[in-house]
Design a protein around this ligand. Structure first.
Ligand SMILES: [Fe+2]
Ligand SMILES: [Fe+2]
Length: 289
């Protein structure tokens, strides 16, 4: 079906299916609304998460996983908010909801999806480590983490909804050696960064998140915003560390970002070890997404 359509028809077809996606769960939409309200408190957030028991259970399981490395068990969402902070719990809820909505439906896709998730968590952990290294604020670290977790959402969307098209994209990318996003433009007339940006817009996620997702590839004409730069660099380093989602994934580091980061060659082994450890820890909750 879709494969026989031309590029601009395919683009329209994909755009329409983005608009047709199911809405976010009510509790998650209300979490987003809460974020817009400057007077919102941790207890408001706690009440919202608590109104959706499945969501509350997921949050607690993730918080208690090895990934967060907490010394004591967290048994309530209010405790989770105290420990991780309002922003981080909110970001966790948004990320899990977004990833659940675009997850693969057949067994055959599970393996590819697994590689995407490893890439997503590898990139997210890397973004946070880079932000710490640059001395960024806690807010920037948290938003960069979430942006990094969601940056390839468009790829997951293609995997779940257009697996045949994605296979063709990957085939052409492997045959010609071009990067995934170029292959997507050739085959589909749209790439996964643009698709991801549209998804986060449809779900009314914060603009900063949309920016990180839509512009994570570069090249840039000037130094991008700090959060975009962090996601872009994290994507590159996580891929270099062995957590690329696809063979011709994100092996481009923009010179502006490279200069800003100024990561030295001798820092890489320890850095890669830390990324690998975080991905191993995250594997304990992949089944939740
Ligand atoms: Fe990407
Ligand atoms: Fe990526």
């Amino acid at each position: 079906m879709a494969l026989s359509l031309n590029r601009s028809a395919l683009r329209r077809y994909i755009e329409r299916s983005i608009q047709d996606l199911p809405a976010l769960p009510t509790a998650v939409t209300r979490v987003l609304e809460l974020t817009e309200n400057p007077n919102a408190t941790a207890s408001d957030l706690d009440k919202l998460i608590g109104s959706d028991p499945a969501l509350a259970t997921k949050v607690l399981r993730v918080v208690n996983s090895a990934y967060y490395g907490l010394s004591a068990e967290v048994s309530t969402t209010s405790h989770a908010i105290v420990i991780l902070g309002f922003q981080q719990v909110r970001n966790l809820v948004l990320s899990m909801a977004a990833m659940s909505l675009v997850k693969a439906r057949t067994q055959a896709m599970i393996q590819t999806q697994y590689a995407f998730w490893r890439h997503a968590f590898g990139t997210a952990s890397t973004a946070r480590m880079l932000a710490e290294r640059k001395g960024c604020s806690v807010e920037t670290r948290d938003i960069a983490y979430t942006g990094a977790l969601l940056h390839d959402l468009g790829e997951l969307f293609l995997l779940a909804n257009f697996p045949d098209l994605l296979r063709e994209v990957l085939r052409q990318s492997a045959a010609t050696g071009i990067m995934m996003q170029e292959s997507e433009q050739r085959v589909l007339g749209i790439d996964h960064a643009e698709i991801g940006g549209m998804l986060t817009q449809v779900w009314k996620f914060p603009v900063e998140l949309t920016d990180m997702v839509a512009h994570h590839h570069g090249p840039y004409n000037e130094m991008p915003s700090v959060s975009v730069a962090l996601v872009h660099a994290a994507d590159y380093y996580a891929s270099l560390c062995g957590f690329a989602s696809v063979p011709n994934g994100s092996f481009y580091l923009d010179p502006f970002v490279d200069e800003w980061l100024n990561l030295r060659e001798e820092e890489l082994p320890a850095f890669f070890e830390a990324i690998s450890e975080k991905v191993r820890d995250a594997e304990t909750f992949f089944d939740l997404i």
